[in-house]
Ligand binder design. Structure first.
Ligand code: UDP
Length: 234
């Protein structure tokens, strides 16, 4: 196996599938199976899920809600997704722990770095919910920072597209896909891989990222084996 400990980032929007809102249960079940498959291979896995399928803080002000309040609503949205994933993983027989960026004791435990590492060593899949517990951050920054904290080998960013393109492939037919990019190249080309905070954290800590298509069955497990899938940013 190429990696022993990974941080998997899934966007909330990906969980929506064909639905306009919320969680597509077939899709989350499919993702859970993919995660279980690599867990069975012995990989230690931490997961961060976004909340964009339910709520995004940035939309708050347009609807008359204070931005910071909106961000906390977004963090709660990530917890809802995290709880759904936890349930699906448990249904498949995986041992899991959900750790939250802010205190919500009746639902999950708080994030404690050493404890998270211990869970991973004990073969539990750890889900980090509620982002970093602070407004003005994103789940991408959560993925980068938590990955650094737990000493993950890589951030695997599962999306609906199969990598990083020179332009949005859903809008521009001439967009070309990159197989790999250095952090500086990605920065110079102004490619939108993660938000700046998240990107800088990875760059400064030499934490590679792979952007890949989570919807293609087997992609995750092939990635772990070292096959060249998606775009590697190093
Ligand atoms: N959020 C936040 N702090 C964090 C993580 C998330 O304030 O550390 C809020 C923010 O409002 C964000 C929302 O939670 O818009 C949902 O997360 P994100 O937009 O990153 O989800 P995704 O786009 O991956 O679905």
């Amino acid at each position: 196996m190429k990696y022993s400990r990974i941080l998997l980032k899934l966007s909330g929007e990906a969980l929506m599938g064909g639905k306009g809102f919320g969680i597509d249960s077939n899709l989350i079940e499919k993702y859970s199976r993919e995660i279980k498959n690599i867990h069975d291979e012995g990989i230690e896995i931490a997961v961060v899920i976004g909340g964009g399928n339910i709520y995004r803080g940035i939309e708050a002000e347009e609807s008359g809600i204070n931005r910071v309040q909106g961000d906390y609503m977004g963090m709660l949205a990530t917890l809802i997704n995290s709880m759904a994933l936890q349930s699906h993983l448990e249904k498949l027989g995986c041992d899991t722990r959900l750790m939250s960026g802010f205190n919500i004791d009746q639902v999950c435990e708080p994030f404690i770095r050493r404890r998270a590492i211990r869970h991973l060593e004990k073969r539990r899949i750890v889900i980090f919910g509620a982002g970093l517990g602070k407004p003005y951050f994103t789940t991408d920054s959560t993925a980068s920072l938590r990955a650094i904290e737990i000493e993950a080998n890589i951030v695997l960013k599962g999306t609906r597209v199969d990598g990083v393109y020179s332009a949005d492939p859903e809008k521009d037919k001439n967009a070309v896909k990159f197989d790999e990019l250095s952090f500086s190249e990605a920065y110079e080309k102004n490619l939108n891989i993660m938000d700046m905070t998240a990107f800088t954290l990875c760059k400064e800590n030499s934490l590679p990222i792979i952007v890949f298509d989570m919807n293609k069955p087997g992609n995750l497990s092939n990635l772990i084996k070292g096959k060249k899938i998606g775009t590697l940013i190093y």
